[in-house]
Design a protein around this ligand. Structure first.
Ligand code: GLU
Length: 348
C-alpha cells in the first residue's frame, strides 16, 4: 500500500472511531413508563403492559445518541418488586458492565419502588460505569406523557462522561438524583422524586447534563456487598409506628421468620412503649431491630430518647425505612452483630 493510501485508510479508521456511538443496554422491568391506558385523559392504565422494543421505538431520538439494545427483565408494576428480581437485575447489570463494549446500563422501572431498586444496585453493582434508573408518572398513552423525555434524558445522562463513578442515579422530570438520597414524595405528580436531605445532584434539560454535586457515601466499587453468589435475601419487615401501637406486628414478624425489623418510628425513630418492649425482646433474641423514622427527612440519631445500646437496637441515621430495609437485607448477608450493623448504617 503506498503512503497516500495508508493515510487515507488511517483517516477513515479514526473517523469511524470518532463517529462510533456508545453502546447502552436498556433493561426494562415494567412500570408506568411501560404503561398503557384506554384514554389519554383518564388516570386508569396497566403498568408494564408495553414491551421494551415498543418502549424504545416510541423514542427514536435515542438512536442518534447511542447504539441501544433492549432486554426485558420483568413486566411488573414496581409494587410487585421482589428480592429475587433485585438479585437477577444486579447480576445482569454486573455482567453487562463487565463487557468492554457496554458503556452504560439504563433500567426502566415503576416509580413506586424505584428508590429501593436504585439503592440496592448502588450497593451491589461492581463498576464505575453509569447506571441510570428512569420511569414515568404518566403512561405512554396519556396526554403529555413524561416517559419519552425522561428516557431521552436518561440516555443523555448514561453516555455523559461526568456520570462515571457517580453511583446509581435516578433521572426523572429533568433532575438527576443519587440513589441513596432519592425518594418518591408525591403519589401522582410528575415531580414525584426529591432528595430531601441533600437535594438533587444535577439536572438534564432536553439532554443537556449538568452536575452540581454527588453522593459522599460509598457505592458500587467501594461497597463491601457482593451478591454474586447469593440466591435469596434475608427477610426484613417494616413496622409503621403510631399512637396506641401494640406488640402484635412485632410478634407476627418474628413468627414469620424475620431476621430483621425496621421500625418506622415516630419523630426521631421513637416507638410506642408497648411496641418498644416487644422490639427489645426481639433484639435480645437475635433479630436485628433498626430504628428509622416515618418523618421523611432528617436522621434517626443514635443518642436521643432511645438508648439503642441498652435496648440492643440500631439507628438507621439518614436512611428512610424502605432504604434502611435494603441495607439491612444486605448487611444480614454478612453479619447479625449489632455493633457491626450500626457501623454499616453509619457508613452507607
Ligand atoms: N405502580 C406502578 C409502578 O410502580 C406505577 C407507578 C409508576 O411507575 O409511576 O410500577
Amino acid at each position: 500500500m503506498n503512503a497516500w493510501k495508508k493515510t487515507a485508510v488511517l483517516a477513515l479508521m479514526s473517523a469511524s472511531v470518532l463517529m462510533a456511538k456508545p453502546q447502552v443496554t436498556i433493561l426494562a422491568t415494567g412500570g408506568t413508563i411501560a404503561g398503557s391506558g384506554e384514554s389519554s385523559v383518564k388516570s386508569s392504565y396497566s403498568a408494564g403492559a408495553v414491551t421494551v422494543d415498543k418502549l424504545l421505538a416510541a423514542v427514536p431520538a435515542i438512536n442518534d445518541l447511542a447504539t441501544i439494545k433492549g432486554e426485558q427483565i420483568s413486566s411488573i408494576g414496581s409494587q410487585e418488586m421482589t428480592g429475587k428480581v433485585w438479585l437477577k437485575l444486579a447480576k445482569r447489570v454486573n455482567e453487562l458492565l463487565a463487557q468492554k463494549e457496554t458503556e452504560a446500563v439504563i433500567i426502566t422501572h415503576g416509580t413506586d419502588t424505584m428508590e429501593e431498586t436504585a439503592f440496592f444496585l448502588n450497593l451491589t453493582v461492581k463498576s464505575q460505569k453509569p447506571v441510570v434508573l428512569v420511569g414515568a408518572m404518566r403512561s405512554g398513552s396519556s396526554m403529555s406523557a413524561d416517559g419519552p423525555m425522561n428516557l431521552y434524558n436518561a440516555v443523555n445522562v448514561a453516555i455523559n462522561k461526568a456520570s462515571t463513578n457517580k453511583g446509581v442515579v435516578i433521572v426523572m422530570n429533568d433532575e438527576i438524583h443519587a440513589a441513596r438520597e432519592a425518594t418518591k414524595l408525591n403519589t401522582t405528580a410528575v415531580n414525584a422524586f426529591a432528595s430531601p436531605n441533600t437535594g438533587k445532584i444535577g439536572t438534564v434539560y432536553y439532554g443537556k447534563v449538568e452536575y452540581f454535586t454527588q453522593s459522599v457515601r460509598p457505592h458500587t466499587l467501594a461497597s463491601e456487598f457482593d451478591i454474586s453468589k447469593i440466591e435469596e435475601l434475608p427477610r426484613v419487615d417494616i413496622l409503621y409506628a403510631h399512637p396506641d401501637d401494640t406488640d402484635v406486628l412485632v410478634n407476627a414478624a418474628l413468627q414469620a421468620g424475620a431476621k430483621g425489623i425496621i421500625h418506622a418510628g415516630m419523630g426521631n425513630g421513637n416507638p410506642f412503649p408497648l411496641t418498644q418492649n416487644a422490639l427489645e425482646k426481639a433484639a435480645k433474641s437475635g433479630v436485628v431491630v433498626a430504628r428509622s423514622s416515618r418523618v421523611g427527612s432528617g436522621s434517626t440519631t443514635q443518642e436521643a430518647e432511645v438508648d439503642d445500646k441498652k435496648l440492643g437496637f440500631v439507628a438507621t441515621e439518614s436512611l428512610n425505612p424502605q432504604k434502611a430495609r435494603v441495607l439491612l437485607m444486605l448487611a444480614l448477608t454478612k453479619t447479625s452483630d449489632r455493633e457491626a450493623i450500626q457501623k454499616i448504617f453509619s457508613t452507607y
